[in-house]
Design a protein around this ligand. Structure first.
Ligand SMILES: O=CC(=O)O
Length: 339
């Protein structure tokens, strides 16, 4: 870059909480602009006021997600015409209308953060599997109420050893979970849109969706939320499961019909459940709150300082790659063929 050449503009919405060093370093080759909006209407106004005109790339931080809400047509229509890249700091990007981004002329390219989230999310996943199998919630709650294990004592839990874990969605998190579950003696089967090659499957058996539902002792939901996966687990799917199945979800709440889960828990069809995600976060279905056989975590799959740092650095790498090469480091799969 010559001295007279203007630096490309990059917009941050929300905060960088961990990777400040990498963000400041990006400032050597980009003009960093920040939104001060505290709610969606303010952000839309900032856009309409032309505050972000000329911005090429946007860093969408985790704290900004509830603040701006969905990146839908309304928001895309007010974002600067110059915008070419949205780098989302998260694995799941169901809050971004990728189809509308691709349809813009020229398109807005979107990236997410795969890989960096795998370990921490699979750890929480394993925690929920163990917690739900052992049904620890009942005893732990009773202890805090000064009642030791409670009266009557909770029913005996189950060992993971020898149980079949059905992983629905064998992406990075699913494959990481597989390794962890095998260390606990579980047999892993999986279902995906496409069967994996031998190297990625690493011995996990590919089964149909129905076979996964009917043969698994524990079912783990590890697939992204989109129009094809919304409520993929609902009343009819619970009916196909084994009696006393354990269901765990660290993906997105809406891949499962929460009301159907509550019913299946109440009827005893589902022995216990472990959830990190909910259909209408931060609202929790009252039937889940009142059911002692559910272990509930408030969406903390990636809530570690190491993983948050990696995710933020990954997002900055996406922006750097976009500015330097015109391509994002980890574009979302829906845009793989985008010219
Ligand atoms: O839920 C967390 C993420 O999508 O990264």
């Amino acid at each position: 870059m010559t001295l007279t050449e203007a630096k490309p503009k990059v917009l941050l919405i929300g905060n960088i909480d961990h990777a400040q060093k990498a963000w400041i370093a990006l400032g050597a080759s980009a003009e960093l602009i920040e939104s001060t909006a505290t709610q969606r209407t303010e952000f839309i106004q900032e856009c309409k006021d032309g505050k972000f005109d000329g911005v090429i790339a946007l860093y969408r931080s985790i704290p900004s997600v509830p603040l701006t809400g969905v990146f839908d047509e309304e928001l895309l229509n007010v974002l600067p015409k110059s915008l070419r890249f949205i780098a989302h700091c998260g694995a799941g990007y169901d809050q971004i209308d990728v189809h509308a981004c691709s349809a813009r002329s020229p398109p807005i390219r979107v990236s997410n953060v795969p890989t960096a989230v795998d370990n921490a999310t699979a750890d929480v996943n394993m925690f929920l599997i163990l917690g739900a199998l052992r049904n620890f919630n009942t005893g732990m709650n009773a202890l805090r109420q000064g009642k030791w294990r409670g009266q009557p004592a909770p029913p005996l839990g189950h060992d993971p050893q020898g149980k079949t874990l059905g992983i629905l969605g064998m992406g990075g998190i699913g494959r990481n979970l597989k390794k962890k579950a095998e260390a606990f003696g579980m047999k892993v089967v999986y279902h995906n849109r496409r069967e994996l090659g031998d190297e990625l499957a690493a011995g996990a058996q590919y089964v149909s969706f129905d076979e996964l539902l009917s043969t698994s002792d524990v079912i783990s939901l590890n697939l992204p939320l989109n129009k094809n996966t919304r409520h993929i687990i609902s009343k009819a799917e619970f009916a196909k499961m084994k009696d006393g199945v354990v269901v765990v979800n660290t993906a997105r709440g809406a891949v499962m019909d929460e009301a159907a889960l509550v019913e299946a828990l109440d009827s005893g069809k589902v022995f216990s459940a472990g959830l990190d995600v909910y259909e209408e976060e931060p609202k929790i279905h009252p039937g889940l709150l009142s059911n002692q056989n559910v272990i509930l975590v408030p969406h903390m799959g990636t809530w570690t300082s190491e993983t948050m740092l990696s995710m933020e650095e990954w997002t900055i790498d996406n922006i750097r790659a976009a500015l330097e090469t015109g391509s994002l480091k980890s574009p979302v799969p829906e845009q793989a063929g985008l010219q």
